[in-house]
Design a protein. Structure first.
Length: 225
């Protein structure tokens, strides 16, 4: 007879993710993890070995379930979606994710990326691995956009730094205002500002336009309240 399962893996990983998300990577201790996960310390070490061990598992699970997966290198290279539309879709999905999953906590990936330094050793390396995948994916996406839509960069430079700043800005602004429509409007406005091509593309897409209309209506209600 096999050893009985000591805990629900999905529940303890969700608890650990929430702990890292709420307290920050560097400030989250094994004691706080064990308390949040409601398991014995011995079970923690038997299952995850270390704080970095569970962080690696949490981050793999987080990336796979978030829109960030869309821009990771393997996903971008295999995607059949037009690259400029993929970027617009990411802004929409990321804004929704920050609003409904982040709930004022920002993005677990971008939070840690801005928080950790090389002195954090293994935790820093976990984040750097995903950052390199994201950087490679975004760079590949930009090359596809420029190759398939020369007009996209004809009157404005689309760079990795520009896009990364948009994503990080959305993640951090969501800690101030996690309203999906507000985040969508900010992200699309920034993207439209990169080139006339993206401005025209966003105007032509019903989904972004609907999100913008909802945002404008919400702002009017706030102003008239």
């Amino acid at each position: 007879m096999g050893r009985p399962k000591e805990f629900d893996l999905d529940k303890v990983l969700t608890a650990a993710s929430n702990c890292f998300w709420a307290d920050g990577i560097a400030r989250t201790s094994i004691s706080s993890l064990v308390e949040a996960m409601k398991i014995q310390r011995s079970s923690f070490y038997n299952s995850f070995n270390s704080r970095e061990g569970i962080l690696a598992t949490v981050m793999e699970r987080y990336i796979a379930s978030s829109p960030l997966q869309m821009l990771m290198s393997p996903a971008v290279q295999s995607s059949q979606t037009k690259p400029d539309l993929l970027l617009v879709d990411f802004i929409l999905d990321f804004s929704s994710f920050l609003a409904h999953e982040g709930r004022g906590r920002g993005c677990l990936f971008f939070n840690g990326l801005s928080e950790l330094t090389p002195q954090n050793e293994s935790a820093y390396e976990i984040y750097q691995d995903y950052y390199l995948q994201l950087a490679d994916g975004i760079s590949h996406l930009i090359k596809r956009i420029e190759a398939e839509n020369p007009a996209a960069s004809a009157a404005g430079t689309i760079s990795f730094d520009h896009l990364l700043c948009i994503f990080i800005g959305l993640a951090h602004f969501s800690r101030i205002d996690a309203t999906e429509q507000r985040l969508t409007k900010i992200g699309l406005d920034q993207l439209a500002g990169l080139s006339p091509h993206f401005a025209a593309l966003i105007r032509s897409q019903s989904r972004p336009l609907e999100a913008l209309r909802q945002s404008e209506e919400a702002e009017k209600k706030l102003m008239n309240a």
